[in-house]
Design a protein around this ligand. Structure first.
Ligand SMILES: [Zn+2]
Length: 91
């Protein structure tokens, strides 16, 4: 019973992290409750969800100074060419 309560709490933490990254809060609460610490580790290392057309909210992408591909503005390293991204003036 105690493990069950702990898992629900872990699921809640996982859900909060997942939600902050644009993932489903409820889905991750359920998954986190089922998977326990594994879900927590997973959401912690999980990348931000790239907003699709359904959301309406579109993330502004920036172009990588090294390879000129579109990358997330908060990326510290280009996911495509793996070069370190220095602070770029987006405006
Ligand atoms: Zn690049």
């Amino acid at each position: 019973m105690r493990i069950f309560i702990i898992n629900i709490l872990i699921g809640l933490i996982a859900a909060i992290i997942a939600d902050s990254k644009g993932h489903s809060f409820l889905r991750w609460w359920i998954q986190g409750s089922l998977l326990g610490p594994f879900a927590l580790i997973y959401v912690f290392f999980m990348g931000k969800k790239v907003t699709q057309s359904s959301g309406g909210k579109k993330e502004n992408l920036i172009s990588c100074p090294h390879c000129d591909k579109m990358i997330p503005p908060d990326a510290s390293r280009c996911p495509l060419c793996h070069q370190k991204i220095d602070i770029i003036d987006v405006s």
